[in-house]
Structures are given as C-alpha cells and as structure tokens.
Design a protein around this ligand. Sequence first.
Ligand code: FNR
Length: 347
Amino acid sequence: MSADRQGPSQASRRKDEHIELASSQSPAAANDFDDVELVHHALDGVNAERVCLDTSIDGWRWPVPLFINGMTGGSAGSERINRALAVAAREHGMPVASGSVGVALDDPETARTFRVLRDENPDGIVIANLGAGRSADEALRAIELLEADALQVHLNAVQETVMPEGARDFSGWAPLIEAIVAASPVPVFVKEVGFGLSRRTLHRLRDLGVRVADVAGRGGTDFARIENDRRDTGDFAYLAGYGQSAVECLLEGRGVLPALLASGGVRTPLDAVRALALGADAVGVAGVFLRAAMQSETRAVQVIGAWRTQLAQLLAMLGAETVAELASHDVLVRGRVREFCELRGID
Ligand code: FNR
C-alpha cells in the first residue's frame, strides 16, 4: 500500500510527525552550495531598483524566481502553517505549492487544510502536489481542489522505502505520469523530495512528456532521517544523506528539459543565487520557510519578504539586472561537486 493511501487518522498523524521532525532538522551548516563560488567583480554592480526578478518557466512568466515548495496539509497543525504560507505568498507574489493532496482525495474532510492556500491567495500562483502512483483522474481532482495553476508530482522511492507503512512497488509510476501529463490542463512539474533527479531520470521524464522538473536534491530536509525516526527500530539510519544534491543535479541536468527548477538545501538567498547562476529557472525553499511559518504568519511574511528583497540586492551586487543575466556570471565549482563532475564527465 502506498503511504499516500492510508486511513485518514494514520495519514493525518503522519503529516504532523513530518512537520515536527522536519522543523527540528536545522539547516545544514555545510552542503554542496558551499562548493559553488561566484567570482566577485567589485565594479560591476548595478542599481537594485532596476533589477527585474521575472523568470520564465517554459514560457510561463513568474514574478520572482523563488517558490515555496510543497510541504503540508491534511492535519489540524498543517492548516495553520498553510495559511501562514499562503498569506506570505500573496504578500510577496511568490508561487506556493501544497503538500501531497492525496490525503484529501481519500478523506474530503481534510480538504480545507489544503484549500486555505487558494482561499487566502485567490490571485496567486498555487501548485497542487501529488505522489507518484496516483491516476490521471486523481490528478485532475487534485488540480480542481486547489484551482491549481500547475501540478507537482513527487517521486519519493527513498522516503517510501524507509517509511514503515510505505509503498514497496514503484514499477507503475512511469505510465501513470505519462497519463497525467496527457490529461492535465495545467503544466505538470515532476520533483523529488530531497534525493535529487539524475540526468537519466530527466531523460526518462522528457520521454513521458514532462517539460519541467524540480531536482529537489540532498543537503536540506532529509526524509530518510525523518522516516527513520518514525520507525520503532530506527534501522535505516544508514540512508541519511543519500542521493545527489541540487548543485550536482543542476550541473548534470542542464538542457534536458525546457525548464529546470532547483530545490533541496537552499539555506539563504545566496544559495538561491548560486542555483540560478548554475542555470535553474526558479528555486524552491521548504524547510527554512516551514520554520518561519511555524513561528507565526507575521514571521512567514517577514522572512519570505526578506528573501525576495535580498535576492534583488544580490543580483544588483553581482551586476545582473535580470535573472537570465545571472546564468552568464563566472562561477567556480570546487571540492566534492568538482569530483562529481569529473566522475560524471561534466565540463
Ligand atoms: C516536504 N516535502 C514534500 N515534497 C512533496 O513533493 N510532497 C510533500 O507532501 C512534501 N512534504 C513535506 C513536508 C515537510 C514538512 C517538508 C519540510 C518537506 C519536500 C520538499 O518539497 C522539498 O523537496 C524538500 O524538503 C527539500 O527542500 P528543503 O527543505 O531542503 O528546502
């Protein structure tokens, strides 16, 4: 049985445990973003007021190259968090994704805990999230529930494997994704949940008709650790830190799909700039914004607003008036990531 299809109370309890365990993981002191060094050109700066943060996701204009990535919904605790995220998204024009709405498809009582994302943010970009393994019909219901502008489908085989009640058969995912893409009236983004998407996976997604993916790599929220902490035996601890980072995935995945989003381990606006300089079209943040939203709605608005402001300031500092210009900034890749590039034959 997929964990996305449990009884209502079990699924709801799991959502609250995810929030509690994820929020107790502090942002990594070091991750692969530290291996990405932007060369500083001290006289290149431009006027921050002239910086335009618009980005294009496969021809779709977003006002800011940042988004609040899919996290929660489906439990009492999650409704308050989604409301705070929705208000911050509305105030700062930032796209926001829901957590997996699978639980609401199985238990309509929980629908309002997701629906708050649209109700508080009627004109914003709202993205519905669903686990792989769901049908095209269920995907349409997920989109309808949120009047969503896009659908995220998450691939989470590592998480399911460690999850005591998780799925054990992943063999049917590809044809279901192909059917969802064919049926969806809105763009379908495929993402990981913190273990990365390889170049081979991006090629397979392209063959299924997917045009946009979010690499959601290692180095931030670690669902192998979260699910291991939910096990009585704790005997999957060795999978902590598994997978590839967003930086590695961006370097090997460039050019495969019309658009590539980056997330996983984005700790600061500087990490977001690093991802954009490596060619990401937009950058997703989950854990850092979760912790702000858990404090209060006011804190979520403040933190997410500061990220937006600082992003524009960093572009001005680097001499980029547009997000597209960042992609031509001089970047040095060091250490572990450089070794990954050598091993994978990436220039
Ligand atoms: C998540 N994430 C997630 N992803 C997804 O596609 N569907 C989901 O339901 C969830 N649920 C979820 C709950 C919580 C509490 C967190 C913190 C995260 C994963 C998320 O979208 C992202 O891929 C990872 O968290 C990595 O990003 P950060 O946290 O390192 O910025």
